[in-house]
Design a binder for this molecule. Sequence first.
Ligand code: DGT
Ligand code: CA
Ligand code: ZN
Length: 572
Amino acid sequence: MPVHNTEIVNKLNELADMLDIKGEDPFRIRAYRNAARSLSGVTRNISEMINRHDDISSLPGIGKSMSDKIEEIVRTGELEQLKQLRKEIPESLVEIMKLEQLGPQRTKILNEELNIRSIDELKDAAESGKIEKVKGFGKKTAEKILDEIETWSLKGGIIRIKRTEAELLVRPFLDYLDDKLENLTIAGSFRRNKETVRDIDLVAVSKDPPKAMKLFTSYDEVDRIISKGDTRSSVVLRTGIQVDLRLVEKNAFGAALMYSTGSKEHTVALRTMAQERDLKLNEYGIYKEDKLLASATEGEVYKMFGMQFIEPELRENKGEIEAAQKNKLPHLVDRSDIRGDLHAHTSETDGASTLEEMAKAARGMGYEYLAITDHSKKVTIARGLNAERLSKQIAAIDELNSQLKNFRILKAIEVDILEDGTLDLPDSILKELDLVVCSVHYYRKLTRKKQTRRILKAMQNPNFNILAHPTGRMIGLRDELEVDMETVMKEAKNNGCFLEINSNPDRLDLDDNYSRMAKELGVKISVSTDAHSTNSLQYMEYGIAQARRGWLEKDDVINTRSLSGLMKLLKR
Ligand code: DGT
Ligand code: CA
Ligand code: ZN
């Protein structure tokens, strides 16, 4: 049973956390964290690499002793050292360490002095005045700790919310701020188009920062002010979302935006690069000795490094810096490249809009085609189509197509992949269609081996075109299927099949790592909405955002093709 990459990454991070609390060698700890970060960018299955005796110490950040640790995880599923540490250090202590006010050193002190082992005990100690008496702490710190615990519990621990949700929650606040500030921009993970965000990081220009900050913190919907300064403040809105604002002068906007956009890993890597060239990079600009070289725009700062401008979606320190230096960044796919949608439902099954409404909405968006992919009969709660009803829908589409100019409804289906890998409708009807999208909806709990075999079997059906929402995950709700995605992708490549990026904000499946893996393996992708109403055809932008994070270019995405180009690709 191969170990997942994420398990290895989590174990290395946990080990680093534990050693941090114990106050062990910081270089060793950093090595574990670097290794974890490096592995999180690897798309191949590491345990399979090891089983094939590939040399993993050639991966960035992985030396000989690190590869021994990784092999131990792969062989035994565990790390002996970590097992020992877990006996010594309770998990709740690691949780405390993650509070901004504490960190490993202070956590260690509080644990030794006051025997604090959990957030609850920490809260009690702060409220009863014990913490402020500990050397190096003081009243202010104790108050800040309490504040932070409150935010933490208000949010139910450290939770992330979907980017689309955050956008809705923060929109009125942005409207309120917009005419009070210049260049108001959302930075952070939001700008990098991550599927979930922890908070909203704003950057803006103001000629009168104290006044602007006052307007920021006095907004009606502010529930609590976490910190307030002339250039940086942080508030929590009544909806529970935290919003940070950084104000800068116009001339420093680019550098500030770059810093706040992150990711931290990306900007830290750039900073190290600057040091190697006797330059200094910080949130105010890039300097030679004390002379400012660039700061007004991000483009100017990247130029100082002699590299291409790096799109925010790529700033994760996963090879983009090296690529930008060699002038080899991908030319990312853009929303405007999309010529049609290949996954959409109608009111014939569980959609809210009729066939005609869906087609006209898609045409109104400037598309050349829309595939109607209603559910198949297995999905009884959606009133899935049997062969007879599908054949009626085919006739209705032919009829409608004869009336629509410069637009084509593609006759299609989202057919269930049954437990044994056969498809839910007979080949005799599937072969009448322009396109067959295939999905796993039931029997999600099969073993990795069975699930993989099931999907491979389905792909052998010559009518199979696209594997929809390939991992089946729902963000925050449902885990990924246990499946060997690398093998699935290789088989897709061999059989002329495609995989989907499902643009529904609950799914965004494939994710960025898998999309990149598909590209490396030469499998093309359909970016589709799975729209259940005319409105949700607009989800396309989220799918494109995910595709961009996965380094995909126009050519990697099949629905950037003209209708005739697409039809050629769909011929297996
Ligand atoms: P999130 O909020 O967890 O979804 O992810 P981010 O990337 O938005 O992280 P956040 O909100 O903690 O910080 C926003 C940006 O600020 C981050 O992307 C880079 C920058 N930043 C924060 N802390 C540091 C730091 O310690 N060093 C550097 N170089 N940059 C930082
Ligand atoms: Ca953030
Ligand atoms: Zn669907």
